[in-house]
Ligand binder design. Structure first.
Ligand code: AMP
Ligand code: MG
Length: 314
């Protein structure tokens, strides 16, 4: 989508009300945080989250950081721990993202975590971000508000230069004070620095009273990504028909599909359905065939994930 009129919203009550209403309606709002401008969407709305990837032109689905109004909201989404409590008390609101085990019945779209069993979350300190999150009243998924491959935006003008016409609104809060991304700390096992950022790792280690493990083979390791997203059953891509003994994951008006990513052939809908349907169609043994997906727009990210899922593993 490149034909939207992108509203420039002021940092006042009217602007915040409008921004929260746009999020509620499934729209995209860029908003300032203390690190960089984030591109926000309702994290529980799969189509809204899919549109983040479309607007950024991201060629693959990587997991997104969920922004919350306070630490209390985090406990409803992840397995909270003593370490999380200590760090949240000390550093939230602030430029620290914690990765924790996702609770099984969370209301989040699986696209937010790219199908991972863990969730990255933080409570930003910027007053406008906090005001928007409080008004919206739910989790907001937000990567940096720039086209894929470009540098992160620290002013509303940067956001407009990259995403005008692709998002509903930009909440203008002036320049971001920190200007680098949040520090990401993995807490799914031993505390692990996953990305250096706005909060020094020494400060985190001091607060925990233990050194941080190095990032190691994190989720960026292709092998680990592949195994996370791979159904147990074999998968055949670009299937133009369903063979005997196969289940068909369809796209568009295909006959005999067991599940269909989007009967109308809508790539945003298909992206929103992708991870949930991959899980549902996989019984561990019945072979899965997948209809061809066009290699345009969000189709590139969908195909990237399907190719990983179908890749031989060992
Ligand atoms: P950003 O580009 O600032 O939105 O940061 C997103 C990054 O956060 C991802 O590329 C990962 O490095 C990390 N991340 C997000 N979610 C997770 C997760 N569930 N598990 C591990 N790392 C994550
Ligand atoms: Mg980024």
């Amino acid at each position: 989508m490149t034909d939207l009129t992108t509203l420039r919203l002021d940092a006042d009550d009217g602007g915040l009300d409008r921004a929260a209403a746009i999020l509620r309606a499934g729209g995209l709002v860029a908003f300032p945080t203390e690190t960089v401008y984030g591109l926000g969407a309702d994290a529980c709305n799969g189509r809204a989250v899919a549109r983040i990837f479309a607007a950024k032109g991201r060629p693959r689905f990587n997991p997104l950081i969920v922004h919350l109004a306070d630490a209390q909201a985090a406990r409803a989404l992840v397995e909270w721990s003593d370490a999380a409590e200590a760090l949240a008390t000390r550093f939230w609101p602030g430029p620290l993202t914690l990765v924790l085990p996702l609770l099984p019945d969370s209301p989040l779209s699986p696209l937010v975590t790219a199908g991972l069993p863990s969730l990255a979350l933080r409570v930003p300190a910027h007053p406008l971000a906090r005001a928007l999150l409080a008004r919206f009243g739910g989790p907001v998924a937000a990567p940096s508000a720039n086209p894929s491959g470009r540098i992160s935006p620290t002013t509303a003008a940067h956001v407009a230069a990259g995403l005008s016409g692709r998002i509903e609104a930009i909440l203008d809060g002036g320049p971001c004070p920190v200007g680098v991304e949040s520090t990401i700390l993995g807490l799914t096992d031993t505390p692990r620095l996953l990305r250096p950022g706005g909060l020094a790792s020494e400060e985190i280690a001091a607060a925990l009273g233990q050194p941080l493990a190095p990032s190691g083979p994190g989720i960026s390791a292709p092998g680990q990504l592949a195994s996370h997203y791979a159904p147990a059953a074999p998968m055949r891509l670009d299937a133009t028909e369903k063979l005997p003994g196969e289940r068909l994951l369809g796209f568009g008006a295909v006959p005999r599909a067991d599940l269909n990513l989007s009967p109308a052939g809508d790539l945003t809908e298909a992206a929103a359905n992708l991870f949930a349907m991959l899980h549902r169609i996989d019984d561990g043994s019945t072979a899965i065939a997948v209809s061809p997906i066009p290699e345009t727009g969000l189709g590139r990210a969908i195909n990237d994930r399907l190719r990983r899922a179908a890749a031989p593993r060992g």
